[in-house]
Design a protein around this ligand. Sequence first.
Ligand code: UT7
Length: 329
Amino acid sequence: MTSRVRVGTAGTGSYVPERVVPNSWFESQVDTSDEWIVQRTGIQARRYVAPGEATSDMALRAAERALAAAGLQASDLDLIVCGTLTPDHILPGTAALLQHRLGATRSGAFDCNAACTGFMTAFNTAEAFIAAGRARHVLAIGAETLSRYVDQKDRGSCILFGDGAGAAVLSPWEDCRQGEVLRTILGADGSGYEHIHMVAGGSRLPPTVETVQAGQHYIRVNGREVFRFAVQRMSELIEELARGHEYDEIGLVVPHQVNRRIIDAALERLGWTDEKVMVNIQHYGNTSAASVPVALDEAVRAGRAPKDKLVIMVAFGAGLTWGGALLRW
Ligand code: UT7
């Protein structure tokens, strides 16, 4: 049996579409206000794709930036794993489109749908392939075009979501000497599948004129239930990943950007302050699988991931699913 390969995070990249949609835009769509949205979520704006723009277009840009940061070519990749719940097509997977568009001639490619945990699932899969010696360079992506699945008449959900893409290239730690993956977690509890749900469009209820007219292809969210779950799971995940380490060793926490109040409540449970926590929800809203990699990339580029300090990433979402990773930057 071969020994485990140490895995590092060679580079990160992200992309958000140009169109900024401020809270005031929703005031003409539903009964809401900028004040309510800011107070209840911390969101001030989100980005929406342009007509004709889709998930792989954003993912491509994020991937190119991550490869450039890693100093690698697309042809160096052995595998592309794309976390998304809003693929360009149901068939084929978005990762295969990216393989072609990047020119990743040697790479395998597949999607994973773990909703807001999509990037952590892709990242942890990438780590496992490299650790097992089955791949050398793997591109993990989280990318979403949620604006196309938001019911703009549902004030409880339409204000939450935005579009974007983030990526990380994982490589043997010996090659990059950065962002060593020390621990990974993935979990699920499918009994809560109805809390965040698209009722129609799949094999259970294929799309018809009637399902579309009833808006059953839109994302439905049981906000209060998810709120409770999210606070508890975020604090538990951070606690589990930080176990055995001193608070001073931690340099950066990158939580899923789900709701500013959820992040604050989780920190309060932990007794932590927000100084080490990356928050960009005010600019982008909840971008599901793109949320953690966009926040990670922005934090890294802003110099907020100090060398040799620990970096914690945590996400949770529909399924219900959750995942996290502990890195030493
Ligand atoms: O990544 C996973 C997906 N994300 C989620 O599932 C979101 C998690 N949940 C949340 O972020 C929060 O629960 C929400 C932001 C969705 C809602 O915040 P809340 O503080 O939990 O509000 P609430 O659901 O308890 O609703 C309070 C009131 C209700 O009115 P009544 O029944 O008290 O009269 C809602 O109808 O706020 C009303 N409301 C709104 N009012 C103005 C709900 N959405 C809005 C809105 N504008 N956009």
